[in-house]
Design a binder for this molecule. Structure first.
Ligand SMILES: [Zn+2]
Length: 327
């Protein structure tokens, strides 16, 4: 894996290793006269830290040359290293309020959001044994984000100086509540986080207490960026690309096909979301994958219920779903 690639406008794509199904996350180091900006510093891992050391050495920077760290969203592969990099640079970490609240709920005192997600999964048919795996996974995840950064709130619509250009923080929820994309209108560069990936459909999961219909939000976010004349899209995973509108068309199609698949996998007999997630996605090979599969299945069922396509049936054993057939 090539560790970094340089783009015009002082942009360096830094690839930091993850695992399957996304082998790496992109962090972007953007150089300007007024200092460096790091977008999404990456996961808290020794491998990622070693790569940051190499990047600094190769380009002749000190960590203290970093003027700001900006996060597109709070997921640990993007946010994990933010606190560490803040300690080494002294730079402010900019993130939306919703992102920061979720980070607190997942990894802060008592981890209440992690408990709510686990309870949601239990209500949707996840067996007890697997529920423990999910809770353990959340608990273990805390080490992957420490030390946690002190966050300076990033407002939706705020303009930021990144490199030598002005960028606008555009509200693009769906993949995560509080997710922003950063658009530089002079350069036509869009830092799109995990809203638009060139080779896969981003996961959209339901998170209790935030977005009631993240599937609808994701669609609206794609529409939101559709009118932008994007010359270069810098995604959170896979590689930068320029055929942006073509990719949006393809993504919308994949997104609605996935939705139909979920709805059509239901019949007149109530099925819980866990069972349905296995029918649609197959057996998860890791706890992370299980969370993605089940979280997305629940999000899509909520969306179908909102649109009158599916009905939820609550019983003592949990929530089941049936399809509504038009007469
Ligand atoms: Zn993400």
């Amino acid at each position: 894996m090539t560790l970094w690639t340089e783009y015009p406008d002082g942009i360096i794509q830094v690839r930091l290793p993850l695992g399957q199904p996304l082998p790496w996350i992109n962090s972007y180091l953007i150089q300007g006269k007024e200092g460096l900006t790091v977008i999404d510093p990456g996961p808290r891992s020794e491998a990622a830290i070693a790569i940051w050391h190499q990047v600094c050495e190769r380009f002749g920077y000190q960590y203290t040359d970093i003027g700001q760290i900006v996060l597109t969203h709070h997921h640990p592969d993007h946010y994990g290293l933010a606190g560490w990099l803040q300690q080494h640079s002294g730079a402010p970490v900019r993130m939306t309020r919703a992102g920061n609240e979720q980070a607190d709920g997942l990894w802060g005192p008592g981890r209440p959001l992690a408990a709510r997600i686990a309870a949601l999964f239990g209500e949707h048919g996840l067996p007890q044994s697997r529920l423990h795996e999910v809770l353990d996974h959340f608990a273990a995840g805390t080490a992957g984000v420490e030390p946690r950064p002190t966050v300076t709130e990033l407002s939706l619509g705020e303009r930021l100086r990144i490199g030598d250009r002005s960028f606008e923080a555009i509200d693009t929820p769906g993949h995560a509540a509080g997710h922003v994309s950063l658009y530089g209108e002079e350069s036509g560069v869009l830092l799109c986080g995990d809203l638009v990936l060139p080779e896969s459909l981003p996961n959209v999961s339901y998170v209790p207490g935030y977005d009631v219909d993240p599937i609808a939000s994701f669609t609206a976010s794609l529409e939101q960026v559709e009118s932008l004349p994007v010359r270069l899209a810098l995604p959170g995973h896979q590689n930068p690309f320029s055929a942006f509108s073509e990719r949006l068309v393809a993504l919308r199609k994949l997104h609605s096909e996935r939705q139909e698949k979920i709805e059509q996998s239901l019949g007149t007999e109530a099925v819980d979301a866990y069972e349905l997630s296995q029918r649609v996605f197959g057996q998860a090979v890791s706890v992370l994958q299980l969370r993605f599969y089940l979280g997305e299945t629940i999000a899509r069922l909520h969306h179908a219920v909102q649109r009158g396509k599916v009905k939820s049936i609550r019983s003592e054993g949990g929530t089941g779903y049936v399809r509504i057939y038009p007469n």
